[in-house]
Ligand binder design. Sequence first.
Ligand SMILES: *Cc1c(COP(=O)(O)O)cnc(C)c1O
Length: 349
Amino acid sequence: MATGTLTIDLDALAANWRALNSKSDSAVETGAVVKADGYGLGAARVARALARAGAQTFFVAAAEEGAAVREALGRNAEIYVFGGHMAGDTDMIHDLDLIPLLNSINQLTRHIEALPGAPFGLQLDSGMNRLGLEPAEWSAVRDLALSLSPRLIMSHLASADEPDSAQNGDQLRQFLEMTDGTSARRSLSATGGTLLGPQYHFDLTRPGIGLYGGLPFAEAKPVARVSLPVIQTRLVAPGEVVGYNATWTAPEERLIATVAGGYADGLLRALSGTGQLWHDGVSCPIVGRVSMDLITVDISSLSEIPQAMDILCPEQGVDDVASAAGTIGYEVLTSLGGRYERKTIGGLA
Ligand SMILES: *Cc1c(COP(=O)(O)O)cnc(C)c1O
């Protein structure tokens, strides 16, 4: 069976890192978030390309994800773990030289007992109520924690992709209140916060989605291209139906292409009847249901039968696909799955 091709542009990735780096003062370090297998694009190749662009500090969600990144980068890179130090993580944290971002008193205790003297960072909750020590917990352990010289104190913004949200200023004030007067390095911002302005930058920014070409970094260059081979074409007569449950009926004679790729490849079923595939700058509507392995497209407007059609391409980025499916670019990227033939362009030193 034919499979789609996922092409990852490592030069665009590096350019996005440099562009986000240039949003902050040169005293501010720009890290790189490579969790979820580098937002679905391959943690090892992504981390290597970002390191070549200049990134030195990397973030993953779980200790397990640190292995591929450490192997790709060697000893020098700093790798932080957002999930902190979970039971069972001790050997991985030690052997892979990971820095857990401890997010509870429980984790702080575990880390100090299991790996005394080993580096760690702290995650504070400034109002998102997802991960991190709450203000009262922080007050209780602050002196002890600071006496152990945390490498980083961080928090995370819940609404940074909405620049006008009052929650941004509220969280900034809370973070300042919790951390002013400490000498540890601080980090508050992911992609969205990096774009909110210098007061949100602190010592280190942690962009993820913007590196991979997604909003809220509107200037981002597209990094992923997905092309799906055409397996078969057919003319359907007026009144004929296409796909599962016959949700689309041809209003007149139409030329339908069936392409290899479906919801098992992260091409969300919600694109049924709303998404578009592209060929040579022309968009063609998805007709009928997206199925597990196949998508049917009305290519009547094309002047030739293409060998393949694009779902991610310069004309249609991850956020365009996301909005057709009622989701966000993050979900489109991280859903892409294991069935594509993966290629990279650029990125060679
Ligand atoms: C995922 C994540 C990031 C990166 O966020 P983007 O919006 O992708 O830039 C940064 N910090 C934390 C804590 C995260 O969970």
